[in-house]
Design a binder for this molecule. Structure first.
Ligand code: ATP
Ligand code: MG
Length: 630
């Protein structure tokens, strides 16, 4: 508009008057069009927008007021001056009721005054148009932002909100106006909002939660400024962005990192545990073995026998802990079968029923019917459930002498979820991450080893599942086990080797290969007692020399030894004495690497875990010698 010449339309059936007026206005610098009736005026207005129309009160085809009514519908920006030869109060009043009509003039016109009026009208129109345009621009900006723009007065009331409030908070702008902004802020976030507002007149990227109309909380990030408002007070104008999704993604990432951290931590602890177990296992084998041997003797005096029993039971207990450590370190891979989780839960609860009842524990179950199955080791899963239930029982009892436990199963998205919700004391946030660590316990000395949950974690990880806990201090704890849904598979029946009571073989020539003198000594004693002819060596290289030089019926070898390993020894034996290689028995029991495990299952080579169960050792060796490999 600026710089452009204003355009005026004259609508009057008086040809001479219109052309005179046109001349005068053109001299004044206006562009002027003429219409002698309403119809022509309408068609001209359809082609262009006039800034001003000077309309005669009485036209051949309609009244001036009628025409203005029609024109206003086409072009809203045009303003009008009505001109008439017959002034009447009535017509004047009618005219100015229409707000687009600026003035009412009677003929004959005082031309100087009239031109003045036109000038003013045009100028006012220009200003209004600019104002309108700029308003339109800002409205467009604000309406099309995805962020919410708002103005809040010093009382906290919304005095302006852009329509985005509906998308973000579910309120229409009309509903929101007059409401108090602070009423929606999450109670925990009010102090930080107050502080941000009080400390500075400018708030930058303040994050807080604000309530949606349907009750949930939206994560908002807002930037704003306190400015003087039109009423002489202060208002906060600010822009708010909905960052809920971003927050959720962040939280998810954090959770993933936390899980990765826990599992890597557990893995390294597991490796250490397995290493320690390895170191303990060998000497333990001798301790248990010799205690066993001595206990079998008839000539041991009673007082010594009692001491021996203490040594024996103590070392068996240590062996149990070592086994648990190895289970935690996931060294104990047992064949998985198709299992029914509900059934395992029911069995576990049945086992615990008496204890729970006598301790005032109310157990409720909610087991999904038709729960899909998974592959697992029922005994191990039962151990997990038992540990979790026993923990809950201990904690609830300690907190209030009774308790409620809810056990639920459900299948969600290919996952079987089993939850154990108790109303015990809950777990403090700083403890929450540590409870799965081996030896972490809050129990008194002697009341807990702190191995329970770490073993559960190992077992569930081995089952390709997840074990985690949700808890707040004072609000109970919920332990959740998730297992993958696995479709029913052809049950691969393992051909169970039938071990008949084999006849007892004696007099076999056996070579024992082990770097641990205690183990050598023990095996020599046991096997010699069994009527065999036993040689021992402490490394595989020497074993190889002996094998080349003589004939043996059986080789009993450790796997992990300095220098040549038991597996390498086996491969070498295969080369020089193939039939003997079928009578090599491995001793395992500590850290079985994946390679070793693969090797053992591939070659189906017999192996016996340390510490030894003497009866099994004797039986297995006998079986091998008679060709009845169990
Ligand atoms: N349901 C529960 N409520 C509150 N705390 C629990 C709950 N279950 C476990 N905990 C906490 O986790 C710790 C570790 O549990 P975990 O089962 O690993 O060991 P423990 O029960 O202390 O000993 P263990 O099971 O070896 O006898 C417990 O000492 C206890 O502090
Ligand atoms: Mg426990």
């Amino acid at each position: 508009m600026m710089g452009q010449k204003p355009e005026i339309l004259i609508v009057d059936d008086n040809v001479e008057w219109t052309s005179n007026l046109q001349d005068i206005l053109q001299v004044e610098g206006y562009i002027v069009a003429i219409a002698h009736d309403g119809r022509t005026a309408l068609s001209l207005s359809n082609e262009k927008t006039f800034d001003l129309a000077i309309v005669d009160f009485k036209l051949p085809d309609r009244t001036g007021l009628e025409l203005i009514g029609e024109l206003s519908r086409v072009c809203i920006q045009t303003v009008y001056i009505i001109v008439t030869g017959y002034a009447s109060l009535h017509s004047a009043l009618e005219a100015v009721k229409q707000k687009s009509i600026i003035a009412y003039e009677t003929k004959p016109l005082d031309m100087k005054r009239f031109l003045n009026l036109i000038n003013q009208v045009i100028k006012r129109g220009e200003v209004q148009k600019e104002l309108h345009e700029s308003e339109e621009r800002f409205r467009n900006l604000v309406f099309n932002l995805t962020d919410l723009v708002m103005e809040i007065d010093s009382q906290g009331k919304f005095t302006y909100v852009s329509p985005q409030i509906f998308n973000i908070f579910g309120y229409t702008p009309e509903e929101a106006l007059g409401l108090n902004a602070f009423e929606f802020v999450h109670p925990d976030d009010i102090p930080k909002c107050m502080e941000a507002m009080a400390s500075t007149r400018q708030v930058v990227n303040l994050e807080y939660r604000s309530r949606h109309k349907d009750g949930h909380y939206v994560h908002a990030s807002t930037s704003g400024k306190i400015v003087p408002d039109v009423h002489g007070g202060n208002s906060l104008i600010s822009v708010l962005r909905d960052i809920t999704e971003q927050k959720n993604v962040e939280a998810e990432k954090k959770e993933l990192e936390r899980r990765a951290y826990i599992s890597s931590r557990l893995t390294s602890i597991g490796e250490m545990a397995a290493g320690i177990a390895h170191e303990i296992n060998n000497p333990l084998t001798s301790v248990i073995g010799f205690a066993d041997l001595l206990l079998e003797r008839k000539d041991v005096p009673d007082d010594i026998r009692q001491s021996l029993e203490v040594i024996h039971s103590g070392s068996v207990r240590v062996a149990g802990i070592v086994r648990q450590l190895l289970a935690f370190a996931r060294q104990d891979r047992v064949k998985k079968e198709y299992v029914n989780v509900n059934e395992i839960i029911e069995n576990t609860l049945a086992m615990m029923a008496y204890t729970m009842k006598s301790e005032n524990m109310e157990v409720r179950t909610h087991l999904a019917s038709g729960l899909p199955g998974t592959m697992g080791v029922a005994g191990q899963l039962q151990q997990v459930f038992l540990n979790i239930i026993m923990n809950a029982e201990t904690e609830m009892k300690r907190a209030h002498g009774k308790g409620k436990l809810l056990v639920e199963t459900e299948a969600i998205d290919n996952v079987i979820r089993i939850s154990f919700e108790d109303d015990g004391p809950g777990i403090a946030p700083e403890t929450l991450d540590r409870i799965f660590e081996p030896f972490f316990t809050t129990r008194d000395v002697g009341e807990g080893t702190g191995l329970g949950l770490s073993i559960c974690h190992g077992i569930i990880t081995e089952h390709r599942g997840r074990l985690y806990v949700r808890s707040e201090l004072g609000k109970g704890a919920t332990f959740i086990v998730e297992l993958p849904v696995i479709a029913v598979q052809e049950q691969v029946e393992l051909a169970e080797a039938v071990v008949d009571e084999a006849e007892k073989v004696t007099g076999a020539k056996i070579l024992v290969v082990d770097d641990e003198p205690g183990v050598q000594k023990f095996l020599k004693q046991v096997l010699t007692a069994g009527g065999h002819n036993v040689e021992t060596v402490d490394n595989a290289e020497e074993a190889m020399e002996r094998i080349k030089g003589g004939r043996y019926d059986l080789i009993l070898t450790d796997i992990k030894m300095p220098g040549m390993s038991g597996i390498e020894l086996y491969k070498n034996v295969q080369k020089v004495a193939r039939s003997l290689s079928r009578r090599v028995m491995f001793m395992t029991g500590d850290v079985i690497s994946t390679d070793t495990r693969d090797f053992l299952s591939r070659t189906k080579a017999p192996h016996i875990p340390k510490p030894f169960d003497i009866e099994k050792l004797v039986k297995d060796i006998n079986g091998m010698l008679t060709g009845n490999r169990g």
